[in-house]
Design a protein around this ligand. Structure first.
Ligand code: NAP
Ligand code: G4F
Length: 334
């Protein structure tokens, strides 16, 4: 039974990847960092089937000990400070997690398990102010946030360890992918949760930032399959993973409110507090290489994705109301 080590297992992608790998017969070791509150709600249903191990991307010794102890066949580095607006508020910390954290983990692999296969969670945010449309593996990068710049460092250090040390290290350049497990601060989930609250009569309005930004949104469950496929090739290579469709935040609002029979224009309020210092206006990926060489293609389209998320949040808000535990939105900026 191969062993997969996943950093960021408590996050959206970590939970879907763990489910996928367990289904394929892997032994899954999930990395968690010490927190004073429980962050394990996304993997609650998997707790009996996975091994949890403590380590932190900020701490080299913990990563080395982790790899030494578990001797993984595959390492998926999904952990990061992943929310773009926070990267302007905490640029140094974002660089420590999202950039240097990759080097720390690569060092641990190089020293303790050099034949492990390594996946780095790179991002379409690296394309930023896009230099060509659609974006593929050859499109030049132009990141627009401390997050995007940190991811670019993580991307190139992965390429560099492949070329310097012959590690099997790959980088998946993934476009936005969403689900009912997406953090509430990201726009699609903020919309689906907001729609559910409005439909249930909890709120009357939903405050958002730039409605004209366009993203290539796919389903997280589809994207973790691509991560695994990338590590099954004979030679390591980097791939773009995307749907090839782009939609604006406005279109996402239209679809989500329409799913519950409401008109988005009656509820959405544009609030400049959510504008970013520098915006990524348009992302749309070309995943032809992943399709040709990995046999990967997305199964869930935009409309279905939005409907799935709204349906899940309608049930969630109903349950929160019943139990008297309605959440409030996260701090300003989200
Ligand atoms: P997410 O839900 O924000 O999860 C991030 C994970 O990283 C959490 O498990 C978090 O643990 C962990 N983490 C953060 N700092 C850490 C540290 N110092 N040490 C150990 N673990 C730490 O992110 P996601 O959406 O699943 O994304 C997974 C990865 O793909 C991220 O690297 C993200 O940047 C990248 N990515 C995401 C997308 C997307 O659209 N979702 C697209 C491209 C790339 P806690 O639970 O303890 O906070
Ligand atoms: O949902 P978002 O916060 O995601 P963003 O910035 O595209 O980043 C996500 O995808 C990246 C892949 O490209 C990942 F690497 C990254 O970790 C993360 O998962 O924002 C999407 C768009 C932005 O243009 C933003 O300005 O939505 C716009 N937006 C408009 N109003 C808003 C809001 N975003 C948020 N979070 N909140 C708003 O109220």
């Amino acid at each position: 039974m191969p062993t997969a080590l996943i950093t960021g297992i408590t996050g959206q992608d970590g939970s879907y990847l763990a489910e996928h790998l367990l289904g394929l017969g892997y032994e899954v070791v999930g990395v968690t960092r010490r927190t004073s509150t429980d962050t394990g709600s996304r993997i609650e249903h998997l707790r009996e089937r996975i091994t949890l191990a403590g380590a932190d991307l900020l701490d080299q010794t913990s990563l080395l000990a982790l790899v030494q102890k578990h001797q993984p066949d595959e390492v998926y580095n999904l952990a990061a400070q992943s929310f773009v607006p926070t990267s302007w508020e905490q640029p140094v910390l974002t660089g420590e997690f999202t950039a240097l954290g990759v080097t720390r983990l690569l060092e641990a692999v190089r020293i303790a398990k050099p034949d492990a296969r390594f996946y780095q969670a790179s991002s379409s945010e690296m394309f930023g102010k896009v230099q060509a449309t659609p974006q593929n593996e050859s499109t030049p990068f132009y990141p627009r946030s401390p997050y995007g710049i940190s991811k670019l460092y993580g991307h190139w250090i992965t390429v560099n360890y492949r070329e310097s040390y012959g590690l099997y290290a790959t980088s998946g350049i993934l476009f936005n992918h969403e689900s009912k497990r997406r953090g509430l601060e990201f726009v699609t989930r903020k919309i689906s949760y907001g729609v559910a609250r409005i439909k249930h009569g909890v709120d009357r309005e939903l405050r958002l930032g730039n409605l004209e930004a366009r993203r290539d949104w796919g389903f997280a469950g589809d994207y973790v399959e691509a991560m695994h496929l990338m590590l099954q090739r004979e030679d390591p290579k980097d791939y773009v993973v995307a749907t090839g469709e782009t939609h604006s935040v406005r279109e996402c609002c239209e679809a989500a409110f329409a799913a519950v029979g409401l008109n988005w224009e009656d509820h959405v309020v544009v609030d400049p507090i959510f504008y970013r210092p520098a915006e990524v206006d348009l992302l749309v990926g070309d995943a032809a290489l992943a399709n040709a060489e990995l046999g990967w293609s997305p199964k869930v389209d935009f409309q279905h994705l939005v409907e799935m998320m709204v349906e899940a949040d309608l049930a969630l808000v109903a349950d929160e109301m019943k139990r008297g535990i309605l959440r409030s939105y996260a701090a300003s900026g989200s």
